[in-house]
Ligand binder design. Sequence first.
Ligand code: B12
Length: 469
Amino acid sequence: MRLALVNTNRMRPPIAPIGLDYVAEVLSAAGHVVALLDLCWEEDPGAAIARFFGGADLGLVGVTLRNTDDCGYTSRQSFLPELAGTVHTIRRCTGALVVLGGVGFSTMPEEALALSGADAGVWGEGEFVLAELANRIERGQEWRDLPSLVWRDSAGWRRNAPGAWPLEGLPPMSRSWVDNPRYFRQGGQAGFETKRGCPGECVYCADLVAKGNWTRVRPPAVVAEELLRLLEQGIDHLHTCDGEFNLPAWHALEVCRELVRRGLGEKLRWYAYCAPAPFSPELARAMRAAGCVGINFGVDNGDEGMLRRLGRGFAPEDILNATRWSREAGLAVMLDLLLGAPGESRDSLVRTVELMRQAKPDRVGVSVGVRVYPGTKLARRVASAERPEGLSGGGDASAPLFFLEPAVAPFAFQLLDGLIGDDPRFLFFDPARPERNYNYNANQRLVEAIQAGYRGAYWDILRRLDSPA
Ligand code: B12
């Protein structure tokens, strides 16, 4: 069957839609003819859609939504209205079935479908379901029973039970469906995935509701082959696209050993998201040997009680150790904070900034105000009758919902400013401070740095801009 895939993410700096790269590969391997429309590169998306779909005879259109919004308490840009506009324009140009997918979509499938008017969606990973959907449509068979499908009948929304597919079943990824070299030139990096799903229990986490809490790992040799395909395209700076690279740690070690065995450690420079535990000096050294140059630890908070309330499985001591071991191994370290969750207090904020200073990372990302996703423990908690205050936004699907602990809301920003002062290691998730902003949505400072030749993780590019070697 002939089908089309559409990328709707137009954020700058641009991040390649690796999900569509993978989905396209699998559809093609299943014998379908795939055309990809990447709206990231189009000045006039409406005209591009009309051009692309004009006269095309298609059986299916897949549309990806990576980000529902930019998740910034101070910026709050939603991409759902734009998605709705794109789906309406596609509908005017083709009668083919329109199916949504993507991690953003999977955080709130019913809302995204209702708002956009698409026919159905696929929750979680898309490769297997979309290929089977195309097969069934081609054969004129019923498809509404497919696993992971979200659809509507007269009784309302239906979410079919998720499927479980071992990733060994994926074909080798050529990474050729998306213009990865162009993304590299303008976005400074490419992504690669070594595993899916995260076993963590963080109360606020979107990954959990969008991908599930069961981990699926990819064979290390397959990961290495994929990195070679990117290297062949001149792409040597990468970022992991796993929830956390070191969960499970044994798999992270195996991937690193495979990259070393293939001599990729000297050819690549990559960055990873990691949890502060389980971590070890051995893993830090293995990652460095495999070409990793920086780790972003999502630590959230430096206060023991807050870490427990957030459902994090580590203690402040683990943050200190992970940072020290990484730096000793020659890795740059970013510690990412998520402040203002239920229970935050003046003391916990002070303790957190103190712990960050004690840890001595290269950069600290300060994000205040927590995005509340439907289906998370946090959503259940803040929506309960005892705790309605602290919420903002959420009036309709395109106004992202946030929580900021009312006990610190009146002074949190000012207190943090005072505690941090002009320490250049601290970045803020705040477009109103362009020189220290690590919200990557419409980040002009990064766009210009990448244009000037900087490559790598964005926090590390910001670090290098501030302290040129
Ligand atoms: C790695 C990562 C980053 C890296 C990207 C590195 C890179 N070079 O790719 C960096 C640090 C740059 C980054 C930045 C941002 N990120 Co980010 N990021 C992630 C992370 C961890 C992985 C994303 C990924 O690529 N996964 C791997 C691919 C293969 O999976 P996938 O895209 O989900 O695709 C699969 C399915 O969704 C599905 N699918 C995809 N498309 C389609 C289409 C159809 C039709 C179908 C049927 C299926 C389908 O099939 C695919 C294969 O199985 C996710 C969390 C997560 N675990 O997914 C957050 C995440 C996507 N990011 C998020 C956010 C908010 C951002 C930023 C907006 C933050 C900011 N304001 O700066 C920016 C946006 C950047 C941009 N230009 O888009 C949020 C989005 C939440 C939301 N509300 O939508 C997430 C979910 C994190 C979170 N928990 O909050 N990010």
